[in-house]
Each structure stands twice: as C-alpha cells, then as structure tokens.
Design a protein around this ligand. Structure first.
Ligand code: ZN
Ligand code: ZN
Length: 601
C-alpha cells in the first residue's frame, strides 16, 4: 500500500495519489485568496503548441499550490506551508471555479500538435480536474465521509519533514494553528448524512491528531530558538487547537451514537457511481464488468497452479496426514503449515528493516531495474496519525523535493491481542513478509517513486495513476520471482500465488460489495476459503472495503495491463528483450496510466 504522504502509497495509502488528490480537495480552504490571478488563455506563440503547453502547465501548478497548500506540501512545494485551508462552502466553490476555468483552457490545446509526453500530461490534467469536480459536485465525499477532516496529517508532516530549519517550521506551525478552530467548525458544518464507518474512522484518526499536538511538540517549542512572546503565543494557539480537535472528537462520538441508534447512510455507493469513479480513478482500458470477469477467471487459473504446488509440497510438510479430497482444503492445509514459519511481534519491525538491503542486493545482482543509492529508504514505525488503515505503506517525497526522506511505515503489532498477533504473523509468514517488502519497497513502490520523481514532467508524478503504481508493485513481485528470488522454491511460489490471489479477490470483492450488496459473511468466506486469508487480514480488508471504493481493483488492473505490455515487448524483441531495459523505460514516464505508457513505449 501506499500512504498519504506525499503520496502515500501503499495499501491504501498511495492510494496515495488518488487519496492525495481527494485529500487536497478536502484540505482546501479559504486561507488562500480566492481572487488569485486568473490564468487566461495562453497566447499562441511561434514556438508552437508544445512550448505553449509547458508554460501553461507550469502556471497551472503555481496556481494550484496557492489554492491547495496541503497538496503542495505533499508534493514538496513548501511556499505556503504557513497556511491551513478551511474546508468551507466558499472554499469548495472557489476550487470548483478553478477546475472549470482550467478545463476550458485545456480544451484550447490541439492534441494532434503536442508531443506524446505533453499529450499525456494534458490528459492527466483534464482527468484530474474533471475527477475533482465530480467528487465535489456528484460524489460529495466531503459531506458523507467525516474522515476527510483531520489536521493531524498535515501538522505531522511539517514536523517530520525537514524542509526548513526547525525554528522556521515551528513558525509555520504557529501560523497554521490559528486556523484549526475554523477548520473544525467548517468540518462540522460540512458533514451531512455520513456513514457509520467513515464516522468511526474519523474518530480514530482525529485522536491520532491529538498526539501530534502532544508533549513532544511542547518540548520542541520550549527548546527552540523562538522568542519568548512567540513561545507564549504558540502555547495559547496550541491549547485552542487541541480544544477544537477534542471538540470535533466529542461531536463525532455523539454522532456515532446517533447513527448507531437511528441508522446511517450505507457505505455502498451502487453501480452508477461505481462506474463513474472507476473511470476517473483507474483510467483502465477495461470496463468494470470486463475487469470483474477477468478476475474471476484468474482466480480459477491460480487455483489450478496452486493445487499442483500443494500436491508437490505435501510429502515434505504433511507426509503422515491423509490428503483432503477438496483441492481448496488441500491448498489451505499446505499454506497453514507454511504459515507456522514466521517472525515474532517483538521483532516484526526489525525483520522488515533487515530485509531491505537484501532485496536491493538481489535487484543489483540480477540487473532487474536501476536503483539510486543516494535516495535511501528509512524504515520507521507508522506515525499514530496515520494508523488505522493499512499495515505497511510508503511515504515518498514529491517531485519538487526529491532529496527528502522516503519512509517505509510499518505498524508495530503492540495493539494486537496475542491471538490477533499470531494470526497476523501467520499471514505475514517468512515468505509473505518478503513479498510484502518487495511490493512496498524494492523494487515495488519505493523504487518506482524514485524513478517517477526523476521524470521531467512533474504532472505525471503529481497526478499519477494509482493503478499503474499498484500494478507496478505487483508486477515487481513477479519480476523478482521470475528471476529466481527465493531460490525458485515451491514454498515461495505458493505463498506468492496466495498473495496474488489477494489482488484478484480485492477486485471481485470491491465490485460485488459496492454494486451487488455482498454481505460481510460472504466476503469473509471468499477471502478465507477461496483466497486462503487469515481471519485478521480478512476482517481488516472488509473494513477497508467499507471505507474505500474502486481503489481495491487498482492492483489487479495495473498488474494485468503491465504484464500484457511486457509480453508484447518480449515477443516483438525476441532475444533482444531485456527486462532491465523494459523496466527502466517503463518507469521513465512517471506514474501515467499504463495505456498511455504503452503508446509512448
Ligand atoms: Zn501497494
Ligand atoms: Zn506462530
């Protein structure tokens, strides 16, 4: 998963880009002058359509940063770090006007006269603005998802991102704190007819926001170079911000009780909204129905292959046990046996930390994709304001601050009961944990984002396609195993297929839950019986499926598209095909939708 950082990518988190764009829309606030200079139609110039487009694109971004300081911060533009947007009706109206104006300008460019790269950028911008307009006017997540309101993330990032000396950052925090009461007042005024699930998520995450305003921050301020009057003002505003946050939490608690008694809006969005969201968020060549059918046939294929592997492994692990007649039971029995090989809750985070250099060495030795030693990955425990959604995620710096740290957020298991921890550890057994690290880190999300940030076009990174990003991470797992990672052992392949089945099941689940009313019990049965998941993982996934829509299809969709593209190149180039060249070239276009990368390659 990705997280929200910059782009949090990750499980959900990258959901990062999609999430980042939505969050940005939500972050928006009235702090920025709504009367910012209007980008008029750029004048045509003899230098041609490409130059006119580049100039326009730069201008659009500058305007966007002014309008959305939090979004700017996530992508590494810190010019407006002292502002917090207040998400009120006036702000939403201003952003909508901005999108409409930008769409009108984009329509004046003649695609036929643009280079392939600029053509893609134009499409990405157009999709981003249409998508955000649709979210504001039609989807209205700002109304029914109270979880979009949370200042913890943006304050947390300011304190952990060393974009300026600490004193300067604390002054930015001081300026932003002033807006927090207005922020939460606007949040309360905006929420209407919410779901119970998003209300509960908002509660959890806003409690995490209180941690950001806790004693650590007070100590930092006391030890800083701020003047005495600044320190005093800081404490006053901090108290007000904490009170506003606590007030929002109390309000959410009361709302939660009321929703439990009176009933709440369903988290299921239904087929028409689902199809629209799929077209904006995934930008796939498939329709929702086609992808769903593809996932169902992939599930059958994986079951066939897994049966063969499980038969082969049976004598090694379960020699004296009679083989079950049902193949799903047989596969399950072998996976259960393998799952007993796992790390401990105390060493979980350290185990992850130790594996990263090993993965980097394998990629280097087997010449799979370019790596950049100057951009190391920092493994850390997931900050509390980010917990509650996914177990592991990448927070990557944006294109304007490529030297900032990339974090691999790993949630420690200390909140789990012993039973929950055991279940989680079995899911992330010795083989699966390696696959998770490949997916999140090397050569998955982390490696891809390092490449994406080198793209000459920040638009491809900023408005990146979540399905390409997730698809790459899944594809990267297969690249490693195809190169012999894990000694080509049937254990590694079987566990990988189980993992891959998760992407496939995600696609089936998301579609059936959101459009066909699939209930919790049936969903859990699909995950545990047909996709061999542990109970903890399955119930976490159910929760996530109630909180997001469409994003769960992005893994399988992207994987299927990239694999098809790789196969085309392999056939065309024959023995001249090089996976290293393919991978480097594929990653050189930024996080564009796969169908556009295909055109460019
Ligand atoms: Zn991922
Ligand atoms: Zn155990």
């Amino acid at each position: 998963m990705r997280t929200l950082s910059l782009l949090i990518i990750g499980t959900v988190f990258l959901g990062a880009f999609a999430t980042a764009s939505l969050a940005a829309a939500n972050d928006a606030s009235s702090a920025s002058p709504t009367g910012s200079p209007v980008t008029g139609l750029p004048a045509a110039s003899p230098a041609g359509e490409d130059e006119r487009f580049r100039r326009h694109a730069d201008q659009v971004l500058e305007e966007l940063w002014r309008l959305m300081p939090e979004f700017a911060f996530r992508v590494g533009r810190y010019d407006y770090a002292n502002r917090l947007t207040v998400p009120n009706q006036a702000y939403r109206a201003a952003t909508l006007t901005f999108y409409e104006r930008q769409l009108a300008v984009l329509a004046t460019f003649d695609s036929a006269q643009l280079s392939a790269s600029n053509r893609v950028d134009r499409i990405l911008l157009q999709n981003a603005f249409e998508s955000r307009s649709w979210h504001l006017e039609t989807f209205k997540d700002w109304e029914w998802q109270p979880s979009v309101y949370n200042v913890g993330g943006s304050f947390g990032r300011m304190l952990t991102t060393e974009y300026a000396p600490l004193d300067a950052r604390l002054r930015h925090v001081l300026a932003r704190l002033d807006y927090v009461p207005a922020y939460y007042a606007a949040a309360r005024a905006s929420v209407a007819n919410p779901t119970l699930e998003h209300t509960q998520l908002a509660l959890l995450q806003n409690k995490g926001a209180l941690d950001v305003f806790g004693d650590d921050l007070v100590r930092k301020v006391a030890a800083s170079g701020l003047a005495e009057d600044e320190k005093a003002a800081f404490m006053v505003r901090l108290a007000a911000a904490k009170a506003a946050t606590s007030g929002f939490i109390d309000w959410l608690s009361a709302l939660e009780s009321k929703l439990k008694t009176d009933g709440a809006r369903s988290f299921r969005i239904g087929k028409p909204l689902y199809e629209q969201k799929f077209s904006y968020d995934i930008q796939s060549g498939f329709t929702t129905e086609q992808l769903y059918q593809r996932a169902r046939s992939e599930k059958a294929k994986l079951h066939d292959q897994m049966e063969k592997l499980a038969q082969g492994l049976w004598p090694k692990y379960l020699r004296d046990v009679p083989r079950p007649a049902n193949r799903l039971d047989l596969i399950r029995a072998v996976i259960d046996e393998l799952s007993k090989h796992h790390t401990t809750r105390e060493t979980f985070v350290d185990t992850v930390r130790k594996q990263i250099p090993e993965l980097e060495a394998f990629v280097r030795t087997h010449d799979l994709v370019e790596q950049d030693a100057s951009r190391p990955l920092v493994v850390r425990e997931t900050p509390t304001y980010m917990r509650g959604f996914a177990g592991a995620s990448i927070s990557a710096p944006g294109p304007f601050d490529p030297q900032a740290n990339t974090y691999y957020n790993v949630s420690p298991l200390d909140k789990f009961t012993p039973e929950q921890a055991e279940s989680y550890l079995r899911e992330y057994n010795d083989w699966m944990l390696q696959i998770l690290n490949i997916h999140e880190a090397v050569p998955g999300h982390y490696t891809q984002l390092v490449h994406a940030n080198k793209s000459k076009s920040p638009i491809k990174t900023i408005f990146g396609n979540g399905s390409m990003i997730e698809g790459w991470a899944v594809f990267g797992e297969k690249v490693m195993l195809d190169a012999g990672y894990g000694n080509n052992s049937p254990e590694m392949w079987l566990i990988w297929m189980k993992w891959n089945l998760r992407s496939v099941a995600n696609t089936i689940l998301d579609y059936e839950i959101q459009t066909q009313g699939l209930e919790r019990d049936a969903a859990i049965a699909l995950m545990t019986h047909e996709a061999f998941q542990q109970e903890t993982e399955a119930s976490e996934k159910w929760r996530r499926a109630t909180l997001s829509q469409v994003q769960l299809t992005s893994y399988f969709n992207g994987y299927a598209e990239i694999t098809a593209l790789r196969d085309e190149h392999r056939v065309r180039l024959g023995k001249d095909f090089s996976i290293r060249k393919f991978n480097d070239q594929f990653l050189s276009y930024g996080s564009a939708p796969v169908k556009f990368i295909r055109e460019m390659m």
